[in-house]
Design a protein around this ligand. Sequence first.
Ligand code: TXA
Ligand code: MG
Length: 354
Amino acid sequence: MNTIIRTTDSENVNMEVVNEAGAVIKRGGLVAFPTETVYGLGADGMSGEASDKIYEAKGRPSDNPLILHISDLEMLDKIVCEVPPKAKILMDNFWPGPMTLIFNKKAEVPYKTTGGLDTVAVRFPSHKVAIEIIKAAGTPIAAPSANTSGRPSPTKAAHVIEDMDGRVDMIVDGGDVGIGIESTIIDVTGDIPMILRPGYITKAMVEDLVGEVLVDRVVVAKTIEEIGGEYKPKAPGMKYRHYAPKAELTMYEGPIENVIGVINKLAVETISQGKKVGIIATDETKDRYESGQVVSIGTRRDEASIARGLYGILRDFDTMDVDVIYSETFYDDDLGQAIMNRLIKAAGYRIESV
Ligand code: TXA
Ligand code: MG
């Protein structure tokens, strides 16, 4: 397939590009586009056939449901049965923005889009390019992250081109995304909202508005044992190995001096075995490492900078061809919870206390 690649400014949106993208979606094709979280791979979410194409292009298991992206609340009415009061409060505060809500679906939403579930995930993004493309398509756009299944999510068009060139009809390059990790997913079908995937909208932000909030145990688990073999994550996607760089990633947790000491020692040993080592450090610590390819993920003073840097760095290590990666850990509160959730999954739960 010949992939059309078009560029637009993220603020001053080029409507020719938008209309072309809308037309591709309308005729059942695939368009990758920027959102404020990560790049999405979009298709007409009301067409089972179009959704099928997404699974094929990503190599994604078909039981892993897609998020429907809307550009106004009228679209929501067409796809969900009811909006519970707590959901309404969250929508009023965080939409448009990096929050996905799980509702009971209307019959019109194809099971191909929801992976066979009777619920549907919905997000109203705030990125201007995303909103305009949904409007132009005139239909809710089903869009997972625009990476090959299992790889780190794309935070810039170059990442999308790497994974999707030749596999999709069109890629819209709207520059680098702002947030860098996927939306917070909250199930609002029960009495107490439950966070299924942490993101930029934190548990504390949700609690402030609606009181008690549950968190699915896969979100906080640091070991596979904590999750338990039989347990099924409420967001099916959370069970798959994810975000993974090609090299084996291990995280070291403990007082930062210990972490730096252990990583320095391991790096020397590993390099002496003829292997290439990558190290995930921060602005505060990067000069303390004595060997290996040291990359700063951001500054500890600003967790948002770490979120923004995360997926790009995991991809960079693939290009550098390192064999193993050693990483520092981050506080797992607020946005840190989302950062640690992604890194632990990228590390396949290899995390050691030092
Ligand atoms: O920020 C985002 O959410 C990005 C951008 C493109 O909007 N999208 C994204 O989609 O991250 P994806 O497909 O990579 O992740 C969607 C997650 C999966 O873990 C999936 O299992 C879960 O949402 N999900 C979708 N529908 C669901 C449902 N009805 N019930 C529970 N989980 C659901
Ligand atoms: Mg994804």
